[in-house]
Design a protein around this ligand. Structure first.
Ligand SMILES: Nc1ncnc2c1ncn2[C@@H]1O[C@H](COP(=O)(O)OP(=O)(O)O)[C@@H](O)[C@H]1O
Ligand SMILES: [Mg+2]
Length: 244
């Protein structure tokens, strides 16, 4: 990370301890025939109040990085810590349920449920306390904000378009009110206006709700609107100045 502090976001972020830290993180996939080292000794600190994007060629390990940082898998070497606590000690399942939400590339929606049920189920798992209107009202409000009206919200997710399913996945992640939000190519299937709406939501979450938002993307347009652009290449992660 550069030492120069060029924006208010960086200045305040530099003073707070990282919400997530990667120390010497390496990851190797192995089968009987060969071993592929995808990530090579990565050190990085992710902070609250910051919207990060991760760029990199296809196959560079972006999804792998996200699956480790989101606690789906443990790195073959190195440690990942959440607020100073090693994820393997905290428990990967607990970390995923309570502290980090992920928007997967292939949505991973529960296909036998409606959009609304997908969102409320995630809220139950995370233990989001129902407010006055209940979980259902909050879920409907979030879906509505993402452009899905009540008739779409109460439809089985398989009867929604790809872009609509994507928005259900985003609503589900937002409903959980966790500290860190990860997303893998979240705007890939969306038209420009909807994509811009999602980008605005990510910025708002980082800047107004002090979340840490980490988004893998191929979109320069999205990257240009993030606070820090990380690039993954040949197993290494570099933190570049934001493109202008
Ligand atoms: N479960 C797996 N087993 C073996 N190799 C894998 C596995 N997942 C990913 N890989 C390999 O790791 C490399 C990085 O994959 P991935 O993290 O999906 O990259 P990206 O998301 O940047 O396209 C690729 O060469 C891919 O084939
Ligand atoms: Mg990928």
């Amino acid at each position: 990370m550069t030492a120069t502090m060029t924006s208010a976001t960086e200045t305040s972020a530099a003073e707070t301890p990282p919400v997530l830290r990667l120390d010497g993180v390496s990851h190797t996939y192995a089968d009987q025939r060969r071993r592929t080292t995808v990530l090579k000794s990565i050190d990085y600190s992710f902070r609250r109040g910051t919207f990060y994007t991760v760029l990199g060629p296809s196959g560079s390990g972006k999804t792998t990085l996200l699956s480790l940082a989101s606690g789906l898998d443990a790195p073959t070497r190195g440690t990942i810590s959440f607020r100073g606590q090693d994820l393997t000690k905290l428990g990967l399942g607990r970390y995923r349920n309570k502290h980090a939400a992920t928007i997967f590339q292939h949505y991973n929606l529960l296909t036998y449920m409606t959009a609304l049920q997908n969102v409320t189920t995630a809220m139950e798992i995370t233990g989001v306390k129902p407010d006055r209107g209940g979980r259902r009202a909050r879920a409907l409000e979030l879906l509505e904000r993402l452009g899905l009206d009540k008739s779409m919200a109460t439809r089985n997710v398989m009867r929604l378009s790809g872009g609509q399913q994507q928005r259900v996945a985003i609503a589900r992640a937002l409903a959980c009110d966790v500290d860190i939000l990860f997303a893998d190519e979240p705007t890939g299937n969306l038209d420009e206006d909807t994509a811009q709406g999602i980008i605005d939501t990510f910025r708002e979450l980082a800047h107004e709700q002090d979340k840490c938002v980490v988004v893998v993307t191929h979109s320069q347009r999205l990257a240009a609107q993030s606070d820090r652009v990380l690039t993954l290449r040949k197993g290494k992660l570099t933190d570049e100045a934001r493109p202008r």
